[in-house]
Design a protein around this ligand. Structure first.
Ligand code: COI
Length: 355
């Protein structure tokens, strides 16, 4: 790619479309453990059609970002959290764990190599996608694969919002027919299969004029869980005139423990907001909006950052949250989080790691 093309991409990066020049690969087998680590040219991966990943979907991944700092340096955000979650996903999918230092080192090496691919524009970043696939050429289903490939690829990405107040808030679709994850399943793991199973409902959401699916619990089909690629947060006003509370569905094992979700819960405390990890069902969501108790709702995740939700739609129901636009608590939390990630606010929590 020419320097001019690269600069044009960095000026207006589109999430997940153009990848940088290099990638990291590392292999695992039962005899050697992790071995053959490489920083190599971004290229196709050759695998036999019998490789286990093609048949049984043994795959996990992570989503992280590298942020350009005011002086030109580059920072990762809480990479150890992603490494820990990657290993939690690996355990659930019967895959080998990767030492946290190896995971973080792999990501750092790629970012160092691709420094010139980290955009500098407001809200832009280098999105990093670590992943692991099962490579044993077998259709056997008695035991998990005995060989794996770990990789990290990267792509310049722009913010979900292009301005501080952003585009109109999201309209979300209540998926009443499908379920994302059931108790005992893989909902808490960042496994490719969870995302594959979400596309049908996501397509339904788009057909209904919505941006994203809201997944409800698989048992009663009424408790709000998450949005597939993002967690959900509710701003609830206090009835006695105190500070609002940031409420997010508790981690029951069927939803993903988001790094952004965890960071926002911590930041909410510092900003003097109440914090709660609880349960909310669809009726309560609607009633609390009508009563002015829930005044703001937003989705949060690495790729999405903080995406305000303005409208909720279901097969037989539709309502607006607040005035349907991004609210002040949402924007305040977003400013705080991005301020730390982009090095505009001192990071006294030790969350950023200069690469
Ligand atoms: C991320 O936020 O990094 C994710 O992995 C979500 C994905 C659906 C884009």
């Amino acid at each position: 790619m020419s320097e001019m093309d690269r600069r044009a991409i960095l000026a207006a990066p589109v999430f997940g479309k153009v990848f940088t020049d290099h990638m990291i690969t590392l292999r695992w087998d039962a005899e050697q453990g992790w071995h053959d680590g490489r920083l190599e040219a971004f290229q196709d991966i050759a695998l036999p059609p019998s490789a286990s990943v093609f048949h049984y979907g043994q795959e996990i991944f992570e989503g992280m970002k590298a942020y350009r700092q005011p002086g030109g340096s580059i920072a990762l955000f809480r990479p150890e959290r992603n490494a820990a979650r990657f290993n939690a996903s690996a355990r659930r999918l019967a895959m080998p764990e990767l030492p946290v230092e190896t995971f973080v080192r792999a990501v750092e090496l790629l970012v160092q190599q691709e420094r010139h691919w980290v955009p500098g524009g407001d809200g832009t970043s280098l999105y990093l996608r670590p992943f692991m696939i099962a490579t044993e050429p077998t259709l056997g289903f008695t035991l998990p694969s005995r060989s794996y490939l770990f990789g990290v690829i990267a792509c310049p990405a722009s913010a979900y919002f292009s301005t501080r107040t952003g585009p109109p808030a999201l309209t979300v679709w209540l998926s009443e027919e499908y379920a994302r994850a059931a108790p005992g399943g893989t909902g808490a793991a960042k496994a490719g299969g969870n995302y594959a199973a979400a596309f049908l409902a996501q397509r339904e959401a788009v057909e209904q004029g919505c941006d994203q699916v809201v997944w409800l619990d698989a048992v009663e089909h009424t408790w709000v869980e998450e949005m597939g690629g993002m967690n959900l947060c509710f701003v609830q006003q206090s009835t006695d005139g105190g500070s609002p509370t940031l409420m997010t569905p508790e981690l029951t094992g069927t939803l993903l423990p988001g790094v952004t979700r965890d960071s926002l819960l911590q930041l909410a405390g510092r900003l003097g907001l109440g914090r709660s990890e609880g349960r909310i069902n669809v009726q309560q969501w609607r009633k609390q909006c009508e009563a002015g108790v829930i005044t703001e709702v937003f989705a949060c995740g690495t790729a999405a950052v903080i995406a305000p939700v303005g409208h909720v739609r279901g097969a037989n129901d539709e309502w607006t949250i607040g005035d349907g636009r991004p609210g002040p608590v949402t924007l305040r939390l977003r400013d705080e989080l991005l301020g730390i990630q982009y090095g505009r606010i001192p990071d006294d929590l030790g969350w950023t790691r200069i690469v």
